[in-house]
Design a protein around this ligand. Sequence first.
Ligand code: MET
Ligand SMILES: [Zn+2]
Length: 786
Amino acid sequence: MPSPVTVDRTVPYFPGATVLGYPRIGPGRQLKKALEAFWSGRSEVDDLQVSLEKLRMETRRHLADLGLTFDDGAIPLDFSPYDHVLDAAVMLGAVPERFAHVVDAAGRVGPDGYFALARGDGERAPLELTKWFDSNYHYLVPEIGPGTPIRFADDRLVRDFLQAAADGDTVRPVVVGPLTFLLLSKPAEGSPKGFHPLDRLDDVLAAYADLLRAFGDAGAPWVQLDEPALVVDTWDVPRERVLAALSRGLETLAGDLARPARPALFLAAPYGDLGDALPLVADSHVEAVGLDLVRGPLPRPEVLRRLAGKVVVGGVVDGRNVWRTDLERALDLLQRLSDGIGEGARVGVSTSCSLLHVPHDASRERRLGLSLRPALAFADQKVEEVQILARGLALGAGSVRAELAAAGQARDARTRLPGVRRDDVAARVAALTEPDLARAPYEERSAAQAATLRLPALPTTTIGSFPQTAELRRARVALKKHDLDREGYERVVREEIARVVRLQEELGLDVLVHGEPERNDMVQFFAEQLDGFAVTDHGWVQSYGSRCTRPPILWGDVARRAPMTLPWTAYAASLTDRPVKAVVTGPVTMLAWSFVRDDQPLAETAQQVALALRDEIADLQDAGIRIVQVDEPALRELLPLRRADREEYLAWAVRAFRVATAVAGRDTQVHTHLCYSEFGDILDAIDAMDADVTSIEAARSRMEILPGLRAAGFCRGVGPGVYDIHSPRVPTTEEVAGLLTAALAAVPAGQLWVNPDCGLKTRSFEEATAALTNLVQAARAVRATL
Ligand code: MET
Ligand SMILES: [Zn+2]
């Protein structure tokens, strides 16, 4: 007779050392290569599946080689072919109505449907792309309405788990938790007023319960539910509602559904402090909780004691930065965590968040030389650090004395590198006064600029970059390999600038750009030319889907050596009578998209970068350039997740922008460009930046931003993006005209600019030309109706 199943409230073994997630792109960017081969038709769907499985397998093996145990769930299964939030939506079958056809009768979504959701399919717009918490990773925003299907539909993750198990690896599946899923979603089009995706909580919980049962059947010892949404207190619903939803989720998934019907649950809360959510988790039946102890404090003693029955996983190794951990401090923190929990405490060691945000392996960075490299820890080094700490915690600090000492020495050596502190830079920052930050009143500027620039109503422009041709990429590689000399390379760049200027004249754009062909990347290009920055050879991190960036490392005081973009912009200007807009990357974005020194406040570092840019803008102006755009796409990204921290951040961010731009005279038009974020809650800061023109993402969200801008009293130029450059779709003239008409309902014609959402570098010339043709035509058509 089968014995009746009894509820199992014991806590199973949890590995001493783990990481919350690992880079998914592959050390050789295998993911990117496999995806792009498939999308371009160079490979078949079977090839893609084989490549992805190979990548998953190699990642598991690699983590096991680095020392993570392979049979107890220490190795996370956090792979995604494109994005983990999209995966959760697909798992739930929760696709928007326009994509209903991509879900088959069994509830699964095939590769074509999956990528159509991510990238559009020529007719249907993809899901909106936006920043994941305060990082430069982008996720796809699920669209949830009252009628959106929600059930446990697609079991890909379970199949991936079984595939690993068949190879002998018992991994720990990582899933976006139900609350985070719903809080990151937006209401589907046509949802009634007042509807919030959280209204679908019970349906989502039921689906997650089925998922957990499936993992139970598959034999998973642990499942990690990521609930970073809990560390944010700025959602569009009151905190009480978030906490009530959490209680309900914990009850349903951890209490009502008990082991052995489900695996043990590890609730992880990266990117900050759980705050008042932690007691609820403590009193629930989840078996393990992960705390971000890099960003968050050690919980108060009375809360810690309530965690006694659980495994508490201390995230003490920073998953967001590349500096070696102060192991001594981290071990001490873990010890205090353990002591605070009390007798029988079970403490695991982990990273503060997934290592998704850092590159694979610092030991490959040969060029960084002997000075900086020992101070760095990329993902693989962090995997080693969590193990050292776990050993130290289990066996005492004495057992890892040598490792602690080596880490300490490396950190000390870094602070003594020449260039870390420079008196000349410190003196310039200290000498800044209020007049250095102020420009003439906007009315004066706008009159002066109108007289100088003589632009038509609804002026058309682009955001800066044009598609990067294969020839250009080849030339850059050849330059690096010394197959092409500097002069030869610059010739190629100049030819490209000339071509792009001609193209823009032919298209009839009003404000031209030089096209940024000299830039490998908008941050790296400047970082390479600034003192205080180092660049990596292999330090790729995923930005979204197949897109990767290589963040520079800001390690010392920042200063400009020589003009950076001036020669290129001036060359473009020499080829045309139309105004040419110079484009530089702003201070906040330089910081956000680099790994930044952790030995002084960001505000201080930002001013140093701003002063370097100020020098560049002064030079551009002296050379006769009358429009300068300072890109700050990351302005919103660094916005703290807790309301209480926001004001301070926005103050220094705005200040840095003004330090960089206030050198512009009244007839020099300052633009800024912001993209891929919700800007609704920083409109005042955008206003305070005092740019003459602000171009802003809007195409995917259909101009949602504009009424808010108007309400905030924004009276300067604004260019809501009318062409979504992150999709291969070419918008029609009618579509663009429709968006412009919509924009005119919220913005006076005299303020409105016409431009794409962002730069064109990810598109082909063919797509960009077609889209810009339509954009110019639409602008002319709407202009004629004014
Ligand atoms: C992510 S914002 C990009 C701005 C840059 N000027 C470009 O056009 O590519
Ligand atoms: Zn942009």
